[in-house]
Design a protein around this ligand. Sequence first.
Ligand code: NCD
Length: 314
Amino acid sequence: MKSSNPLIGRDIVSIADLNKDEIRAILDQAGRFEQQLQQGQRLSLLNGRILATVFYEPSTRTRLSFESAMHRLGGSVISVAEAKTSSSAAKGESIYDSGRMLEGYADVIVQRHPAVGSARALADAASVPVINAGDGTGEHPTQALLDLYTIEREKGTLDGLTVAMVGDLKHGRTVHSLAKALAHWKARLILCAPKALAMPAELIAGLRNQGLIVIETENMNAALAQADVVYVTRIQQERFETVEEYMRYKGVYVITEQAVRSAKPGLVVMHPLPRVDEIGTDVDALPNAAYFRQARYGVFVRMALLAMVLGAVE
Ligand code: NCD
């Protein structure tokens, strides 16, 4: 019988590499894994398989949830947590050489790197599947998938929603990937950022071409009054030239308990984390606060991705 798994052997570099049916298949598989874990099942689909995680930029959730996902499927993990300083890249090794080497050590590679295009470069070099865990200000496709999973779990659907994105939409790679993904569901997108941190114009033009309604504003409360989901992002300090420039924008938008109470009822508050000060801790106790659930869902979605690219599910 022909397998219906569309991801066998594939790289996941950009969310645009996946069509709507493929995204649907990943979310459905993640749902099955969530249910199986809930029932206390121990899974061994990836027994004997090895994941390499190679991170040239800081990470807590993405790396740990990929590693947790691999372990939950019975696989093993090898890892360079601080690849920038502790791997041979510090000695000048190229991404190409790193890929040719890693393909001999692992069955799948997850990489995070500060340069846009670095994931594609690794995928071109390595014969095993490569998953992009963030390439600079470029993309973060697996975060977008877990964000979709979260929206669907919280709202019951991905159709016809108004999603507000707030914060540093210029440098934030998670919003770049999520906006592209939402275009499949004809959502309405409200982009709320200081002018200097607006989402890149070419990206917005591309979204509109795909039929997404995109509204730009600098007024957070006006955005919250209409939104079903608000996706809050950190001002990406590491992407600024100077601390002074960063300080100009730090704290520009802060979601407080009061702001949530004045928003559209049922507002779902999401954040890829880490949070600095853009969501008050007084929001955490509200049922609207979905960000810690969102982080947990990342494990199920990454289990689905690993099992699918490695051909362990039909
Ligand atoms: C994000 C990232 O690394 O892009 N974090 C994550 O993966 N959850 C968001 C961020 O760093 O602000």
